[in-house]
Design a protein around this ligand. Structure first.
Ligand SMILES: [Zn+2]
Length: 436
């Protein structure tokens, strides 16, 4: 079955083209029935009618939100109280369980917010893949990645739980493949050991190697070094469950305290490397406490870092280390995290994340920020060359905006700023050639 789209091209005055994201004037972007771009061509001055249609519009690759928890989007943030630790806060989030219909309703809300602000790909962790997949039938066309989130603190890898996880993952792939092509084409599954502090590296490795035996392309995402509390946790050699509120989370999630088994307890990144878990198919989220050396190791292994600026500010009052932003090879992508961890407005709008980063680090250009929100996101999700850029052969995932008329200086930076530093809604959002 092939997706049929009614409109197979758009005409714009400016398009952000290719992996270099060059702003080219007067472009028509054309795609085929499958929704892949087949050409980006210049509109000559002689084509007056087409130029009139294109006037004042700019086409950007749709944003890639590389980290969210759509099921935790209650619409109202759970405040992190002054007397509360990160662990206490996580616990209250974890304890706020809801009905399947409610979960699907908030997933829909997240999708709508994303599309309405120019995001065409969103990656979200979820506890049960079936809940998310059933919702796909009801959801507007947006490209989505669903990570099956799991916890397994025990170093015992012979447990049935690992097998059931693998079965759940394979079952979900099988189930997804029974969906119409249009949905299959814009949906991808992956695995998310929540964090190395609540998934033992032994269990992680066992699943990694088991899955890699037949599915080399499986994508992985984990939270890493988000808080100083987490660092303290890794550095402990013995855990007193009363001492650290992260232990309270473990006890709720897992029914027991967790003692991490690390070959190099002082360095979790070195431990991940020792277990052969640092691969280009892995992305790590937050990394607020990453050292430069650890970041270097991630970069050398092709692991992407995903930063969630507003959530980081809200929960930890800090942002990704400025020095990491200067790193020549570390690929940094952007996520929104969840409604529950966002300050007001609790909206999954990637531009709010870019604006927060720009405010903290004014030297970042809008061009660099766009790369983080598009190309780097695609790379982090294993979708490089598929999304995050407008190039022949990539999916036609495009956000079109009307540039304010009063804009006089038409430098690429000014054009991008007019879109990225605004709350203006896109005039059109296209995913795989389908306009929503
Ligand atoms: Zn998260």
């Amino acid at each position: 079955m092939t997706t049929h789209s009614t409109n197979q091209s758009i005409a714009v005055e400016w398009a952000c083209v290719g992996t270099e994201q060059i702003i080219e004037a007067w472009q028509e972007i054309i795609w085929d029935n499958d929704g892949r771009i087949t050409g980006i061509v210049h509109i000559p001055a002689s084509k007056k009618a087409l130029r009139k249609k294109a006037k004042g519009k700019i086409a950007l690759p749709g944003f890639v939100n590389a980290h969210a928890h759509l099921e935790l989007s209650t619409g109202n943030a759970l405040p992190l109280l002054a007397e509360e630790s990160m662990g206490d806060w996580l616990l209250s989030v974890v304890n706020a369980s809801r009905a399947v219909e409610d979960v699907q309703a908030v997933i829909l809300q997240g999708f709508e917010e994303a599309l309405a602000s120019g995001t065409t790909t969103i990656a979200s962790t979820v506890r049960e893949l079936s809940v998310a997949l059933i919702a796909l039938y009801k959801l507007p066309p947006i490209r989505s990645i669903w990570w099956l989130e799991w916890f397994h603190p025990s170093s015992d890898v012979s447990l049935e739980k690992l097998e059931s996880l693998q079965n759940a993952y394979h079952g979900a792939i099988f189930y997804l493949n029974s969906f119409p092509d249009a949905i299959v084409n814009r949906t991808q599954l992956g695995l998310s050991p929540h964090s190395p502090y609540n998934v033992s590296l032994q269990a992680w490795q066992a699943l990694h190697q088991g899955l890699l035996a037949d599915e080399k392309q499986t994508i992985w995402q984990t939270h890493l070094l988000e808080s100083t509390e987490e660092v303290a946790y890794y550095q402990k050699t013995a855990i007193n469950p009363e001492e650290n509120s992260i232990d309270k989370v473990h006890q709720t999630l897992l029914g027991k305290a967790f003692q991490p088994v690390l070959p190099c307890p002082e360095d979790i990144v070195a431990s991940l490397a020792a277990f052969d878990l640092l691969q280009p198919t892995l992305s790590v989220v937050h990394g607020l406490e990453l050292s430069i050396e650890q970041a270097e190791q991630l970069a050398n292994s092709g692991v992407s870092l995903i930063t969630c600026p507003r959530s980081n500010q809200f929960l930890h009052k800090k942002m990704v280390n400025e020095l990491l932003l200067w790193h020549p090879t570390l690929s940094i992508a952007i996520g929104t995290d969840a409604h529950v961890s966002l300050p007001n407005p609790t909206v999954l709008d990637m531009r709010l994340e870019l604006q927060a980063l720009k405010l903290a680090y004014p030297w970042l250009t809008w061009e660099a920020l766009l790369v983080m929100a598009t190309l780097n996101g695609a790379k982090a999700l294993g979708l490089a060359g598929q999304v995050g850029e407008l190039t022949e052969g990539t999916w036609a995932d495009i956000a079109v905006w009307q540039v304010p008329q009063q804009l006089e200086e038409l430098s690429p930076e000014a054009l991008l700023e007019s879109v990225l530093n605004s709350a203006q809604k896109p005039t059109q959002v296209i995913v795989g050639g389908i306009s929503s």
